[in-house]
Design a protein around this ligand. Structure first.
Ligand SMILES: Cc1cc2nc3c(=O)[nH]c(=O)nc-3n(C[C@H](O)[C@H](O)[C@H](O)COP(=O)(O)OP(=O)(O)OC[C@H]3O[C@@H](n4cnc5c(N)ncnc54)[C@H](O)[C@@H]3O)c2cc1C
Ligand code: SF4
Length: 475
C-alpha cells in the first residue's frame, strides 16, 4: 500500500461518460479515461485490507490490492502480470464488468466511495498493450493431447486459453462467423468496441489456438421448450454440422461452452405481428451492421422514427434502449413486471459485502427513457400485420398467505402503449444437457444459466483445470 492515508484525502473519481449530445449519434464507447496521474491517484486509495472482500467478491479472485499497489507505484508491467495471473482477458472485464468487487470494497462500506477497480483494470491492460508487455507466448511446450472447445464466448475462450498455455492443442468450434459470443453479438459497441476482441483473438491464434467458424455442434436444449428462439447467429445452411459424440472420440476432451441461446418468449396474443422481436435480434444485427455485414430492407430491424417498447427491466433491455437511441427512435419506454427496486447504495435485503439489488441507472437510461415497474403485458395490437401498440396492465404483488411466490393482482384499468417496435428482453432459458461421454465438460452460461462475463470466464478457467486433472488421471 503506497499511501496509507490516500483513502482519507482523495475521493473516488470515475472517468465518466461522453456527454449525451455527443455519444448518442455514434456507436463509439461511451466511457472516457482518466489521465495517468489521476489513475495512479485512484489506485493509491486501495487500503490493502487484511481481509480483501474485493478479492472474495470477484469470481476470478482478482488480486485488486496487489495490482492497485503496483499501479500506484507506476510499475504498469507488474500490475498487468498480477492482473493477468487470475484474469485472462482484463480488457473485457475492465470495460463491461459490473464490478462485484467494488460493491464489496471496504471503502464502499465506509463512505460509498469504493476503489475504481474496473477502470483500473482497463487502464492497466491498455497500457500493457501499448507498451508491448503483452506478446504472444512462443515457449508453450505441447503435451501431444488435443482438446475441442465448442463456443467462442468468454467461457470457451478462457478455457481454450488456459488449456493452450498448459500445452494442449486446442481447436475452437464456433457457429458464428467470428469469436466473442455475447461480447461480440450481444453487448453493444458503445460498451465494448469489437476491435478489443479482435486484438485478443489475434493473440490467441498466434499462441496456437485454432478457430473454426461457421461450425455448429448441436448441444443441449432449452428447458421445457422444444422450439429454439432466434439467437445471435447468421450461419448459412451449408455450415458443417458436427456432433459432441464424434468430437469426444476425435479429441482427448471436449469443453462445451455454448451459452444460453434461447431467449424467454412472451406468448401473448399478437406475438406474430411484424415489429415484435427478441432483444438479441436487434442487438446482434446492429453489431453485425457495424462490422460491415449487409442486411436486406426486409431483414433489417430498426428503431428509426419509431416508438419503441422494451419489455424487461434488466441490462439487456438497457442495451436495447441505447441502441434504439442511436438508430434514431422517436421515443423509448421500458416496462418491468417486478416492483421498482430500492434506491440508494444500500440494499437492506442483501447488505454489504454482497451485491446490492438496488435501482440501476445505466448510460443508456441517462440518454432518455420512460421507465415503469409493476406492468404486465396483455396483448400485442396491430393493423395489417404490423405492430401498433401493446395492451398492458398495472399490477401489484401481494404476499402469498400460503408462503412462496407473491401473488400478482390487477390494479386499475388496462392501457395501451403506442409502439411500432417491441423488444423482448426477459432473460434466457438455461439449457438442459443429456448425459455426455465422461471426457465432455460443460461450462459458462450453458452450465450455470445466463450470468456475467466474469463468471463465464471463471467457469471456463475452472473447467480447464478439471479437463487437465481428468486427462492426467486417465493418462
Ligand atoms: C445483451 C447482453 C448484454 C450483456 N451485457 C453484459 C455486461 O455488460 N457485463 C457482463 O458481465 N455480462 C453481460 N452480459 C452477459 C454475458 O454476455 C454472458 O453471461 C456471457 O457472455 C456468457 O459467456 P458464455 O461463454 O458462457 O456464453 P456466450 O457468450 O453466449 O457464448 C457462447 C458461444 O457459443 C456459440 N455457440 C452456441 N451454440 C453453439 C453450437 N451449437 N455450436 C457451436 N457454437 C455454438 C455462440 O455462437 C457463442 O459464440 C450480457 C448479455 C446480453 C445478452
Ligand atoms: S473482474 Fe469484475 S469483479 Fe473482478 S476485479 Fe475486475 S471489475 Fe472487479
Amino acid at each position: 500500500m503506497g499511501n496509507p492515508k490516500a483513502f482519507l484525502e482523495i475521493g473516488r473519481q470515475e472517468a465518466g461518460y461522453r456527454p449525451v449530445h455527443d455519444r448518442i449519434h455514434d456507436f463509439g464507447e461511451v466511457e472516457q479515461t482518466l489521465s495517468t496521474r489521476e489513475r495512479k491517484l485512484q489506485a493509491s486509495r486501495c487500503m490493502d485490507c487484511g481481509v480483501p472482500f474485493c478479492h472474495w467478491a470477484c469470481p476470478l479472485g482478482n488480486k485488486a490490492p496487489e495490482w492497485n499497489d503496483a499501479l500506484y507505484k507506476g510499475d504498469w508491467e507488474l500490475a498487468y502480470r498480477l492482473l493477468n495471473s487470475t484474469n485472462p482477458f482484463p480488457e473485457f472485464t475492465g470495460r463491461i464488468c459490473p464490478a462485484l468487487c467494488e460493491k464489496a470494497c471496504v471503502l464502499n462500506r465506509f463512505n460509498h466511495e469504493p476503489t475504481t477497480n474496473r477502470e483500473d483494470e482497463a487502464a492497466i491492460t491498455e497500457m500493457a498493450f501499448q507498451e508491448g508487455f503483452i506478446q504472444p507466448r512462443t515457449d508453450i511446450k505441447r503435451n501431444g493431447k488435443r482438446v475441442a472447445v465448442i463456443g467462442a464466448g468468454p467461457a470457451g475462450l478462457a478455457a481454450a486459453n488456459d488449456l493452450n498455455l498448459m500445452g494442449y492443442q486446442v481447436t475452437v468450434f464456433e457457429k458464428n462467423e467470428a469469436a466473442g459470443g455475447l461480447l461480440r453479438y450481444g453487448i453493444p459497441n458503445f460498451k465494448l468496441n469489437k476491435a478489443i476482441i479482435d486484438r485478443r483473438i489475434g493473440l490467441l491464434e498466434a499462441e496456437g489456438i485454432e478457430f473454426r467458424y461457421g461450425a455448429t455442434v448441436p448441444a443441449g436444449s432449452p428447458a421445457g421448450s422444444p422450439a429454439a428462439a432466434p439467437a445471435a447467429s447468421s450461419v448459412s445452411a451449408e455450415s458443417p454440422v458436427l456432433s459432441v459424440a464424434t468430437l469426444s472420440q476425435q479429441y482427448d476432451a471436449v469443453v462445451l461452452a455454448t451459452g444460453t441461446p434461447t431467449a424467454r418468449d412472451l406468448k401473448a396474443p399478437g406475438r406474430e405481428l411484424k415489429g415484435v422481436h427478441f432483444a438479441l435480434e436487434l442487438l446482434s444485427q446492429q453489431n453485425r451492421v457495424l462490422a460491415g455485414i449487409e442486411f436486406s430492407k426486409d431483414e433489417r430491424i430498426t428503431a428509426k422514427g419509431k416508438d419503441v417498447l422494451v419489455i424487461g427491466g434488466g441490462d439487456t433491455g438497457s442495451d436495447c434502449i441505447g441502441t434504439a437511441h442511436r438508430q434514431g427512435c422517436k421515443s423509448v419506454t421500458q416496462i418491468e413486471i417486478m416492483p421498482r427496486p430500492v434506491e440508494g447504495p444500500d440494499d437492506p435485503q442483501n447488505p454489504w459485502p454482497n451485491w446490492p439489488r438496488t435501482l440501476k441507472t445505466t448510460s443508456s437510461h441517462e440518454e432518455g427513457c420512460t421507465r415503469r415497474w409493476n406492468i404486465n403485458t396483455l396483448e400485442f395490437l396491430g393493423e395489417n400485420g404490423h405492430l401498433t401498440g401493446v395492451k398492458v396492465q398495472e399490477i401489484d404483488w401481494k404476499p402469498n398467505p400460503e408462503g412462496g411466490r407473491p401473488i400478482m393482482v390487477e390494479k386499475g384499468k388496462p392501457e395501451i402503449i403506442k409502439a411500432e417496435l417491441v423488444l423482448l428482453a426477459m432473460g434466457f432459458l438455461k439449457p438442459e444437457h443429456p448425459a455426455y461421454p465422461q471426457n465432455v465438460f460443460v461450462c459458462g452460461d450453458s452450465a450455470n444459466g445466463a450470468s456475467l462475463v466474469v463468471r463465464a470466464m471463471a467457469s471456463g478457467k475452472q473447467t480447464a483445470q478439471k479437463v487437465d486433472k481428468f486427462l492426467h488421471d486417465n493418462a
